[in-house]
Ligand binder design. Structure first.
Ligand SMILES: *Cc1c(COP(=O)(O)O)cnc(C)c1O
Length: 232
């Protein structure tokens, strides 16, 4: 138990240091980059340990697993983000239970979320997920469908569009990774112009590419392995 706490502490503190370095290297303010600790497939106890270290923001991918952990950790003041793929039949369990839903990528999901928000009289913050690498196996709206989907989201009262999210193709090529991230940033800027809106969030960057994401303007980085170690 003690060992696990020390393991997490060491990894968490060294990650925080790397984030700080990446920010100062690119002249970004540390407060602009929110760290979401991705705790999927790790036990509630790990989250409690991170909380002891002062961390309160967690990302989860699977609805049931997330709700179980929320229940177990009910007395902690935690901030949950939903970052997994979302089926419409699970929408009712997600609306109102997560600060931000990062993975909105199709019209059917938008109307389902909007309906649930209306029912609960709740305003849900969301991000639109974009498939920047056009990978057939990945979720996310294709870049050419983004404007249309944005228009549909903006038409819904209960949804507050906060920005964009992506999970780019895996590559070791840092130059290529940065191109995917800058592409997402440009898409966000285009939407802001076209719809005269402000979108503050760019959710991008994980264990292997968060530094590149910070350089390209990420405001939320989603990091699992680098904190918790490998998943089952
Ligand atoms: C699992 C997951 C992460 C974290 O990935 P790591 O490589 O473990 O940091 C980030 N974002 C999404 C959408 C994920 O599913």
């Amino acid at each position: 138990m003690e060992d696990r706490f020390n393991f997490l502490k060491q990894r968490y503190l060294s990650l925080k240091e790397e984030i700080e370095n990446a920010c100062s290297k690119t002249g970004r303010n540390l407060s602009e980059v929110q760290l979401i600790a991705v705790s999927k497939k790790h036990p509630a106890q790990d989250i409690a340990y991170l909380y002891q270290l002062g961390h309160t923001v967690f990302g989860e991918n699977y609805v049931q697993e997330a709700l179980d952990k929320q229940k177990q950790l009910n007395d902690l003041n935690l901030n949950w983000h939903f970052i997994g793929s979302l089926q419409t039949n699970k929408v009712k369990f997600v609306v109102g239970n997560f600060t931000v839903i990062h993975t909105v990528d199709r019209e059917k999901l938008v109307s389902s979320l909007a309906k649930q928000c209306q029912k609960k009289n709740y305003c849900q913050k969301i991000l639109i997920q974009v498939n920047v690498g056009r990978e057939p196996q990945k979720a996310g709206v294709l870049p050419e469908g983004l404007e249309k989907l944005t228009e549909i989201v903006l038409d819904q009262k209960g949804l507050k569009l906060e920005g964009l999210m992506t999970l780019p193709p895996y590559t070791e090529n840092k130059h290529q990774i940065r191109k995917y991230f800058s592409f997402l940033r440009e898409l966000k800027e285009k939407l802001e112009q076209k719809f005269s809106i402000q979108l503050k969030e760019l959710s991008m960057g994980m264990t292997h590419d968060f530094k590149e994401a910070i350089m390209e303007g990420a405001t939320m980085i989603r990091i699992g392995t680098k904190i918790f170690g490998p998943r089952e």
